[in-house]
Write a protein that binds this ligand. Structure first.
Ligand code: UDP
Length: 468
């Protein structure tokens, strides 16, 4: 399919946001689009595989990270994204507007659409200014987008007591969540910046009047919420295109270079029985406090199960000695049955190995989809962002996970963790059956003729019409 349409892709600099948008870009390039990706110099290496796969259809617009008073220098390195700075980052990213306008005006064949992350909603106004369309990409699921839509339309007030339940009666299944479980951008806007923060409000609301929405999900998982959004927005341009995954040869280095030799890990996994290994990883941003590390290590030790534990070290914004320390002697005590990765894990490779039987996750949406796709049931420990909503969908509605802990600062109980880790391995027939069914649905969705495959084609057809 060749359309010739040129689009500008604008990712938000955090792995959990960039990885799926770049996988989507790959799919769009395969369907004949011409694509420019806006990127900062430090994040350029993450594009290397994509650029070498599509040398003729993908180019970059490399712009230096803009300065902003609330962003310390150096945070444009994705790994340095400091906790709680999302709103400040959004402000900073809006400084790209003028360079984009300048680039657009001097381009011989400028883009017809800006496709950007939900955290870059200011690009909706920018696209109007340029006389082109805006497509918002949601790296989170449709339940999350439905709640986001309600929050930024109805503006529930800060209740002072953060455990007060906030109800979403218009969203299917009428979910309720305590205030502290709502997304940090909205809470910060209401609690600290106040409704006077016009920039944040306009940016977040910009996405709601976007020409179209592209979501990393699949119809068989979230049709209820996809139909809800179509009704809310009064159009059909809500595209479910997931699970977005890397091409087969791109799994090992996805999102970063592995901190271990992947073949060593695979050789070890090859020695383990089917579904006997618990994989533990809390995404790209979470660094556990030492007390949490200790309890988790005790749980892993007590459970007696085989495991892979991916740990992250303290980054900027953390007091180094309080975070991410593996308890002394732990690695020796679990040698042979535990594999500790310090840094970046080849997550998709791990989840797809036949020896992996469960995933202890922070419930980041990419992790959830990757686990579903691989047919691995989840032990869920939501910590923030959209993770409580994801856990609600997966545990209460999809029955493919169990909750083991919640809260970013909570210290889990080692005995309970050990019990749940030991139990889930191969024991729970219902969970395993659900995981199998959903995995089949996810795999079918992206296959030729599947629901996500068709939505991707429909999206490209719409772009083709715009390009006429
Ligand atoms: N990831 C990875 N190795 C790691 C940590 C994370 O490959 O050591 C990938 C993971 O596969 C997923 C993304 O990074 O694609 C994390 O996204 P998610 O939404 O799960 O969590 P976030 O990092 O946004 O909290």
């Amino acid at each position: 399919m060749t359309t010739g349409a040129h689009i500008l892709v604008f990712p938000y600099p955090a792995q959990g946001h960039m990885i799926p948008l770049l996988d989507l870009t790959h799919q769009l390039a395969l369907r004949g689009l011409t694509i420019t990706i806006l990127i900062t110099p430090k994040n350029l290496p993450i594009l290397t595989p994509l650029l070498s796969t599509h040398p003729n259809s993908i180019t970059t617009l490399v712009l230096p990270f803009p300065s902003h008073p609330s962003i310390p220098t150096g945070v444009e390195n994705t790994k340095d994204l400091p906790n709680g700075s999302f709103n400040a980052m959004m402000h900073a990213m809006s400084e790209f507007s003028n360079p984009i306008i300048h680039w657009f005006q001097s381009h011989s064949s400028p883009p017809i659409v800006i496709l950007s992350d939900t955290f870059l909603g200011f690009t909706n106004q920018l696209a109007s200014q340029l006389g082109i369309k805006h497509l918002v990409f949601s790296p989170s699921g449709t339940l999350n987008f439905s709640i986001y839509n309600s929050l930024w339309s109805d503006f529930p007030k800060y209740p002072n007591d953060t455990s007060t339940l906030i109800e979403f009666p218009n969203v299917p299944n009428s979910p309720k969540f305590p205030w502290f479980q709502l997304g940090p951008v909205y809470r910060k806007y209401m609690e600290e910046e106040g409704p006077n923060s016009e920039f944040i409000k306009n940016s977040m609301r910009g996405n709601l009047s976007s020409w179209g929405i592209v979501i990393n999900t699949f119809t068989e998982l979230e049709s209820l919420y996809l139909n809800h959004l179509k009704k809310e927005f009064g159009h059909e341009r809500v595209f479910a295109v997931g699970p977005l995954l890397p091409p087969n040869d791109g799994t090992k280095e996805r999102g970063g270079s592995s901190s271990i030799v992947v073949n060593d890990l695979l050789s070890w996994l090859d020695t383990c029985p089917d579904k006997s290994v618990v994989y533990v990883c809390f995404g790209s941003q979470v660094v556990l406090r030492n007390q949490q590390m200790e309890e988790l290590a005790r749980g892993l030790e007590k459970s007696g199960v085989r495991f892979i534990w991916c740990t992250k070290q303290a980054t900027k914004g953390h007091v180094e000695e309080d975070y991410g320390m593996i308890p002394a002697g732990f690695e020796d005590r679990v040698a042979g049955r535990g594999f500790v990765i310090k840094g970046w894990a080849p997550q998709v490779v791990i989840l797809n190995h036949r020896a992996v039987g469960s995933f202890l996750t922070h419930c980041g949406w990419n992790s959830v989809l990757e686990s579903l796709n691989a047919g691995v049931p989840m032990l869920m420990w939501p910590m923030g962002a959209d993770q409580y909503f994801n856990a609600n969908l997966i545990v209460d509605h999809m029955s493919v996970g169990v909750k083991v802990c919640e809260g970013a600062l909570t210290v889990p109980n080692a005995d309970e963790l050990a019990r749940k880790m030991a139990e889930l391995i191969g024991e729970d027939k219902l969970l395993s059956q659900r995981a199998k069914e959903l995995s089949q649905a996810a795999v079918n969705a992206v296959k030729e003729g599947g629901s996500s495959f068709r939505d991707l084609n429909a999206l490209v057809r719409e772009l083709c019409v715009l390009n006429k």
